[in-house]
Design a protein around this ligand. Structure first.
Ligand SMILES: NC(=O)c1ccc[n+]([C@@H]2O[C@H](COP(=O)([O-])OP(=O)(O)OC[C@H]3O[C@@H](n4cnc5c(N)ncnc54)[C@H](OP(=O)(O)O)[C@@H]3O)[C@@H](O)[C@H]2O)c1
Length: 325
């Protein structure tokens, strides 16, 4: 392990990203390139069914310098051979593909050269949160991947980035819709943590290369990014000069929906319940071994909630499809 650490300190590591054409994956690819890493993306081949927007993403990332390797997740030999060209793997695969990461783990064991693996966590700290059953089943899959990584003694960093900031500003405040009301889940007072996607990506690439984060869990709780729905809404009202009616969805209603909606529609309601009604992101103390992201990088300027809402006022990021879970 010490050798791996030394090597990582002295080289510009080559980074391979699975899911690099996805919602958070694109930010990761751009951050990796901007930090000077030779960057590879393992992506499914373009077919007649591939959407024009996906083709545009391939072109854009390639034009920035990303090296694309096209293949399916069950092409073991192809994955092993691309792993042998790189040092670090980041998986930003969509939630439904979480268990496919066991195939990446199998390939890492065969390749034998990977210095760090960051699986597709990027949400709540799944080993510490116990939400309603539909979301719990999602987290259970992510936990299974973590345990497989540990069992294979693959050097890892588990990144609990908490909420994607732009994604959840869009979800909660609906800045693109003409409306005079905002839905508030539960009392609206529970604290959540919203971090701008660019910051999550940049710091994830830094962590992937950081000896201090080897075999550790990193949780994002920058002070200025801890916010309740009501606080978020009142900052938005000040900035826009508008006022919105608060329409509360009670906890019991969300619980009922989580029991009655068919999968996968039962997942978003149960994760909203966990994050925004129960405040699960802030409901536990970090363990001695856990690392908090803003303490790890005290000089990194995390985009505050205030700044994030300014970004929405100036040039609102479009609502995007990300795989809840
Ligand atoms: N913290 C939060 O607020 C938050 C919010 C949403 C999601 N998340 C988490 O973030 C992680 C990434 O989610 P995301 O929403 O960014 O992912 P996404 O955009 O939905 O998809 C990421 C990539 O997964 C690959 N993929 C999708 N369907 C596939 C299939 N059928 N077979 C093989 N590959 C497939 C695609 O890669 P190619 O097309 O390149 O092959 C896609 O670009 C997940 O762990 C998710 O749970 C967190």
């Amino acid at each position: 392990m010490e050798e791996v650490r030394k090597a990582m300190e002295n080289e510009t590591s080559k980074i391979l990203i699975f899911g690099g054409t996805g919602y958070i994956g694109q930010y990761m690819v751009k951050a990796s390139i901007s930090l000077g890493h030779p960057t590879y993306v393992y992506a499914r081949p373009i077919t007649p069914q591939t959407t024009p927007s996906k083709i545009d993403i391939h072109r854009e990332l390639q034009s920035m310098g990303a090296n694309f390797v096209l293949g399916e997740l069950n092409e073991h030999g192809k994955i092993v051979s691309v792993l042998r060209k790189v040092d670090i793997i980041i998986s930003a695969l969509a939630f439904p593909q979480v268990l496919d990461q066991l195939k990446i783990i199998d390939a890492i064991k065969v390749a034998g050269n990977i210095k760090r693996f960051l699986p597709s966590d990027f949400g709540c700290e799944e080993d510490r949160v116990i939400p309603l059953p539909p979301f719990q089943a999602c987290l259970e899959k992510k936990r299974k991947v973590r345990r497989a990584i540990e069992a294979a003694a693959i050097p890892y960093t588990f990144v609990s980035s908490n909420c994607y900031g732009a994604y959840f500003v869009n979800y909660l405040l609906r800045p693109h819709e003409e409306r005079d009301h905002i839905v508030v889940y539960g009392s609206g007072k529970a604290k959540a943590v919203l971090n701008y996607e660019e910051d999550i990506a940049m710091t994830t690439i830094m962590m992937a290369n950081d000896p201090r984060t080897c075999n550790r869990v990193v949780v994002y709780r920058p002070k200025e990014n801890i916010v309740s729905q009501l606080e978020l809404l009142s900052v938005w009202e000040k900035k826009t000069g508008r006022s919105f009616t608060r329409v509360h969805v009670q906890e019991e209603e969300l619980v009922k929906l989580s029991e009655t909606l068919p999968p996968p529609q039962d997942i978003p309601v149960s994760s909203v319940h966990s994050v925004f009604v129960r405040g699960d992101l802030m409901n536990f103390e970090l363990r001695e071994d856990d690392i908090e992201a803003s303490k790890l990088y005290p000089d990194f300027q995390f985009t505050t909630i205030d700044q994030l809402l300014d970004i929405f006022l100036a040039n609102p990021p479009q609502p995007a499809t990300a795989s809840f879970g």
